[in-house]
Ligand binder design. Structure first.
Ligand code: NAD
Length: 285
């Protein structure tokens, strides 16, 4: 079987997936429609490998080998048929993802995955000729640092496909969890629950955001508190997920009014400079 690993979309996640796949010995084809973004991604990959060399984590020769394993493509039409894996990491828009997946499926990959963080796999599988080979491969940001791979099994996914995804996780140095295709999978459903309750606690005046976060960091050993994490993810992103989960599970996921107000006021977290904290130059102040 070919070891060719195709990643579609060279944004935040596609770049990270390409980095990890090349580092684990795969020949990677990174497909990006936006030429400027493609070029930036290739530069960024080189920077990441240079940094790993400087920090003594990788030999210069290995870094050069990894770099040579990645080939930039500007369309799926440029990819040869029958790659081992295709993972799509294009923006979170169902129609776009479905179109990309249909095109990718025509290459007859052994495994076809989506890095969606919230769209049901069943919805993305609609229109695929071989949905049994398709599932969710939910990587976390930054991909090289985060050990988890959430493998999301759709209603049509074959057992062999799930087994292949679990084996792939091992080859990529990731630790998988296998979850059923339910809104929010395992990670978003649980993570958002904590985030929403923390926001209600701010509104109730239980404590200042920094103290609510500190309580979870020191009291429960969370690496980062739920409010700072909401700032990092983006309040708008969390609001969208809360609404999706509310539609699926009812009002226990109703977005707190404070979250709605903050998003309306443009307080989106780190990316806008203000959320539950102020951010300057990407650093919490
Ligand atoms: P992004 O916007 O940074 O990157 C998406 C890239 O896809 C862009 O460079 C865009 O030009 C490219 N693209 C669009 N259409 C394309 C096409 N037809 N063919 C090839 N490339 C195309 O997005 P991202 O943050 O990397 O997110 C990608 C996916 O990963 C989304 O589904 C998102 O929900 C999911 N995700 C994101 C994160 C995160 O922290 N950013 C974490 C987990 C999962």
């Amino acid at each position: 079987m070919s070891d060719r690993f195709v990643v579609v979309g060279a944004g935040t996640m596609g770049l990270g997936i390409a980095y990890v796949a090349a580092g684990s010995g795969h020949a990677v084809e990174l497909v990006e429609v936006d030429r400027a973004r493609g070029a930036t991604a290739v530069d960024r990959l080189a920077e990441l490998w240079d940094k790993a060399v400087r920090r003594g984590k990788l030999g210069a020769e290995q870094a050069a080998t990894n770099r040579e394993r990645v080939t930039l493509r500007s369309a799926l039409a440029e990819v040869a048929p029958e790659p081992a894996v295709v993972v799509e990491a294009v923006p979170e828009r169902p129609d776009l993802k479905r179109a990309v997946l249909r095109e990718a499926e025509a290459l007859r990959p052994a495994l076809l995955g989506s890095n969606t963080s919230s769209i049901p796999i069943a919805e993305l599988a609609d229109g695929l000729a071989r949905p049994e080979r398709f599932l969710g491969l939910h990587f976390f940001n930054p991909v090289w640092a985060m050990a988890l791979l959430e493998v999301v099994v759709g209603p049509a996914t074959a057992d062999e496909t799930t087994a292949a995804a679990v084996a792939l996780a091992g080859r990529l140095g990731k630790d998988p969890v296998v979850v059923r295709d339910m809104p929010g999978f395992a990670t978003s459903r649980l993570g958002v629950t904590l985030g929403l309750e923390a926001i209600r606690m701010v509104a109730d005046g239980v404590a200042a955001p920094a103290d609510i976060d500190k309580a979870m960091v020191l009291g429960y050993r969370h690496p980062v508190g739920p409010l700072e994490l909401t700032d990092l993810v983006g309040l708008d992103v969390r609001l969208d997920i809360a609404r999706t989960l509310q539609a699926a599970y009812g009002d226990r996921f109703a977005p707190p009014p404070l979250l709605v107000e903050m998003v309306a006021a443009g307080k989106l977290g780190k990316k806008s400079g203000q959320g539950f904290y102020r951010w300057e130059g990407g650093v919490r102040s």
